[in-house]
Write a protein that binds this ligand. Sequence first.
Ligand code: PRP
Length: 190
Amino acid sequence: MNNNEGPEVLIAEEDIRKRVAAFADQISRDYAGKGKLVLVGVLKGAFILLADLSRRLTIPHRVEFIAVSSYGKSSVSTGAVRLIMDLREDIDNKHVLIVEDIVDTGHTLHYLLSLLKARSPASLRTCALVRKSERAQIDVSIDYLGFDVPDVWVVGYGLDYAEQYRTLPYIGILHPREEAKHTPTPGDGC
Ligand code: PRP
């Protein structure tokens, strides 16, 4: 489907809404009665999924954020990931669910799993809206996965290109003509 106003639609808004609702139902069932669930949103991209998921859960939970920076997103990625902002609260003996917008090479999620596992959570699981299987460089387990997508540049629903498109309500494919419109230039504050 084409959208003349923006990037080509890959995953429609309604399909995302249904998938997030299904995540919420499943997670609410899986963690019912266990208590102390902590959702860990990975900034920045996961902020929209986290907000929608959190509001649909029917069980008590807490929201935390973590920020990391990864280097080398190309096919020659070094896999180096750096912690930029840590959680505010301890997670020992708590059930932790990492919430990601996208798993690409897998290095970010692999790093976060190692980091948080060392803090002795009661359990540690992962949720990602999309995964680019073709780009995987390291095997990471995704307990709640929305969609597998091809190796194209995807934007929307938290995903950006040069900080643009994060608030698009659907996930779209960014073609070179749209990339050119938003190529950062020196002094670009965005
Ligand atoms: C994206 C995404 C993941 C990471 C996945 O973040 O939100 O955190 O990349 O990539 P990987 O599997 O290759 O490690 P990004 O670095 O684009 O930052 P952002 O969320 O702030 O846009």
